[in-house]
Design a protein around this ligand. Structure first.
Ligand code: LLP
Length: 442
């Protein structure tokens, strides 16, 4: 077995293997996955599994890299709350001056709970905002409503009128740009439910600017998620930039272009570029079409900030073999992380401890959860060093769209979440109890 100290399967700086010397520490003679300075077996012993573990350093580092990549362009980062909406993570980002992209009244409430003052840095997206949600956002005084239909425009005007306030508006346009990603998370084609067709945008802007309680402020776009080729982002931006020139010629005031989110991460193969280099190519693709436009660029990254900064830690309950097919049944399930079941998504899975001397043989198995569905798997025919019942596995890149998509299917309480900062571990969401699940029904 090769040494893991070079972290071939780690996610530095958050998740790294550390070798301990035989006989000196309890885990002598082993290479152990750590989150910052905390060993994952210690976390599992203290907080149980399944457990979401996040690295604060890594979230900060990725946010800083993102911000630095756009330093030559007036910009604001509005972290997409849907990727991971834990209050402590929102607070961490708010302290760095980050804004937020929300898609529901619930997400807005989370942002306000994390930081009351963040409201003025909030953009509100989504195809089905209710009047109640629009009104709460108006009362909170958010920065921008990304309106997705004419009906929504009139609903917003009505709510603003009732509150005697003015709603800052951008239309989310659908640029009809294809991006290579899973069909469920591609959004930029006319067949998708999102936005208004770019060809109809001018007419709608004209209507919006005539409405007393609306103020046109920008244009927005979002073409999909987990997109690793930056070309489609540039293409979409070029179309929006053309639209903005037309809108200005029509007399509209356009201060913002919201580029949405969607920058993908390397789930399968490590990206040859450091994140800072990768996000710089993204920044160049977005910035080029905007040259000379004098607008503030809004960015809504989610996954690229938090995805690699989290793992789902799980224990092997049983080893099992059916006619030569091997399974590792773990205590996490599709209710904890649904991405493999829902999108056929790949997540790297690593053994948390490796013996550094013994040559460990590897095995091919399906890694599955206890839920009664064939779709409840994390990996199929995956090669891993042989592990025993009770051993720990880490499912990597689970920081985005992991816990936020968790459910109580099979009456399984949701996992706890811990945030690591250096040597300290903080429970940022306690493990659910069965009573929590039953309470609303009693
Ligand atoms: N802005 C808007 C308007 C969005 O719809 C989204 C994601 C984002 C920003 C953030 O995109 P990101 O930077 O995270 O790619 N559950 C799926 C992903 C769904 C994404 C939905 N919208 C998954 O697990 O892959």
């Amino acid at each position: 077995m090769t040494s893991r100290s070079q972290n071939p399967a780690g996610r530095p700086p958050g998740f790294v293997y550390r070798e301990t010397k035989r006989g000196i520490l309890r885990w002598g003679g082993q290479s152990i996955l750590h989150c910052e300075d905390v060993s994952l077996p210690k976390l599992a012993a203290k907080y149980g599994t399944p457990l979401y573990v996040y690295s604060a350093a890594m979230i900060r580092e990725r946010y800083d890299a993102f911000d630095a990549a756009f330093r030559d362009v007036p910009h604001a980062i509005c972290y997409s709350v849907k990727a991971n909406s834990n209050l402590s993570i929102l607070r961490l980002l708010a302290r760095k001056g980050c804004g937020f992209d929300v898609v529901s009244g619930g997400e807005l409430e989370r942002v306000l709970t994390a930081d009351r003052k963040a409201a003025k840095k909030v953009v509100f997206s989504g195809v089905g905002k209710t009047r109640e949600e629009l009104s709460s956002a108006l009362k909170a005084g958010i920065m921008l409503f990304n309106v997705e239909s004419e009906s929504e425009l009139w609903a917003l005007a009505e709510c603003a009128g009732r509150l005697r306030s003015t709603a800052p508006v951008a239309l989310r346009v659908n640029p009809d740009v294809a991006a290579k990603t899973h069909p469920y998370i591609s959004t930029g084609l006319h067949k998708h439910k999102f936005g208004v067709p770019i060809s109809e945008a001018r007419a709608l802007y004209a209507k919006a600017s005539g409405a007393r309680y609306l103020k046109v402020r920008g244009a927005s776009v979002h073409i999909g998620s987990q997109i690793t080729d930056v070309a489609p982002f540039g293409e979409a931006m070029a179309r929006v930039a053309d639209l903005v020139r037309e809108l200005r010629a029509d007399g509209h005031n356009i201060d913002y272009i919201d580029a949405g989110g969607g920058l993908g991460i390397a789930y399968e193969k490590p990206n040859p570029l450091e994140f800072s280099g990768y996000v710089a190519t993204y920044a160049r693709a977005l910035a080029a079409p905007l040259r000379g436009l004098d607008v503030q660029l809004l960015l809504e990254p989610g996954r690229s900030i938090v995805g690699p900064a989290g793992v789902l830690l799980t224990s092997v309950i049983y080893r099992k073999e059916n006619d030569g097919k091997r399974f590792l049944v773990v205590d996490a399930a599709m209710n904890d992380l649904i991405r493999p079941a829902l999108y056929g998504a790949y997540h790297e899975i690593v053994s948390v401890t490796y013996g550094t001397d013994a040559a460990t043989k590897s095995e091919v198995s399906d890694i599955v959860g206890p839920v009664c569905e064939t779709g409840d798997f994390f990996a199929r025919d995956r090669e891993l060093p042989a592990v025993s019942e009770g051993d720990l596995l880490a499912i990597l890149d689970a920081g985005a769209y992991g816990m936020v998509l968790a459910s109580n299917y099979n009456t399984r309480p949701r996992a706890a979440e811990v945030l690591i900062t250096g040597k300290s571990a903080k429970v940022i969401r306690r493990r659910e109890k069965l009573q929590d699940l039953l309470r609303a029904e009693l």
